[in-house]
Design a protein around this ligand. Structure first.
Ligand code: SF4
Length: 343
């Protein structure tokens, strides 16, 4: 392990009073730099113009070692003057005081106990969480204040906190969603290189469900021309249904600035024949055309009906009945992504 205290300039970069940079020699963390900060605020309000179905978020990390090529949150690394490509995958900002800060903010008189969404910017159960263990303190704080919350993740590490999640679900609304856009292994290995395999994520869904914590699947992203064939969609929905997921919500790939450049470079390297087709499909901006999105959504919903699994009925989590009763939470209708969260 190596650690250094950074200069005043580095501290200013992150807008924090102190930044400590660490690297670890273990294979799991080789090549990754952690910037530990003491954040000044941890509950972030989603900007008003956001399309998100939640208003408040908590994000203990910035950057994500899951390294999904398409990650919508890449752009947020540029706000820290960090690289949105490899830098996003390997320069991880850790808000080490997140649990204590959250506990304090939950007691503030102006806080009214609104729903808090997690995993909406980057994955709170990425590999770093195995070392920093911020989520147990965060969930415990939410449990102790009976504050409703939801988590979206690709990380199997969430099962470490199963007992805490169950305790929280006994006193408030808890919604868990796992993100699985496809089950194709060759696609997974290249486009989501740092994530657990899709079937391992679906095992998480099964385990949560078996423990009385219903879990939806955000089928995201559906990747045009690479993960959208009828056979691929069928295989994915079938696997999601078999996992016991309470809902499936498809979401087509979108390519915002920051993610777009990185994804297109990857596409040119791995699937050069598709570059022109992508340029045409995303000619209007970050989103695929409506007709394409509708086609995928309709197809997935038909498959979901065939396999006996319904689309998410609500963007908000529902109160979870302690085991053995089966609850019905909902999936946040977004991939890890989107809104600007400031340190
Ligand atoms: S999409 Fe989610 S899991 Fe993948 S890199 Fe981004 S934040 Fe991490």
């Amino acid at each position: 392990m190596r650690w250094d205290n950074l200069t005043a300039d580095d501290a200013a970069l992150f807008g924090a009073d102190a930044v400590t940079t660490r690297t670890f020699d273990t294979p799991e963390f080789r090549g990754i730099t952690f910037h530990e900060i003491r954040a000044k605020s941890i509950v972030n309000r989603v900007p008003g113009a956001s399309r998100m179905p939640f208003e408040w978020t908590v994000n203990p990390y910035r950057g994500c070692t899951h390294a999904c090529v398409y990650c919508f949150a890449r752009k947020t690394h540029s706000y820290l003057d960090l690289d949105t490509g490899l830098g996003f995958d390997s320069q991880i900002v850790v808000k080490v005081n997140a649990p204590e800060l959250l506990r304090r903010q939950l007691t503030a008189r102006r806080w009214h106990g609104d729903h808090i969404a997690m995993g909406t910017n980057v994955d709170c159960y990425q590999r770093a969480e195995g070392r920093y263990r911020l989520m147990p303190g965060i969930i415990a704080a939410l449990r102790d204040h009976a504050n409703p919350f939801s988590i979206l993740t690709k990380g199997t590490l969430i099962l470490r906190d199963l007992d805490l999640l169950r305790q929280a679900a006994e006193v408030t609304e808890v919604g868990i969603s796992v993100s699985v856009g496809f089950t194709d292994h060759s696609l997974w290995r290249t486009v989501e290189p740092g994530t657990p395999a899709p079937e391992r994520r679906l095992e998480v869904v099964r385990t949560l469900t078996d423990n009385g914590i219903g879990c939806g699947v955000l089928m995201a992203p559906v990747i045009p021309f690479l993960g959208d064939s009828p056979d691929q969609l069928r295989a994915t929905v079938r696997a999601i249904a078999a996992s016991g997921a309470t809902s499936v919500t498809p979401l087509v790939l979108h390519l915002r600035p920051g993610a777009r450049e990185w994804f297109m470079a990857w596409l040119a390297e791995h699937h050069p024949h598709l570059v022109r087709r992508y340029e045409r499909l995303y000619a209007e901006g970050a989103y695929a055309p409506k007709w394409y999105q509708r086609r995928i959504t309709r197809h997935v919903h038909e498959l979901a009906q065939e396999y006996g699994i319904g689309p998410a009925h609500s963007a908000r989590a529902r109160r979870i009945t302690p085991p053995p009763a089966a609850p019905s939470p909902a999936a946040p209708a977004t991939e890890h992504s989107t809104q600007l969260t400031l340190l």
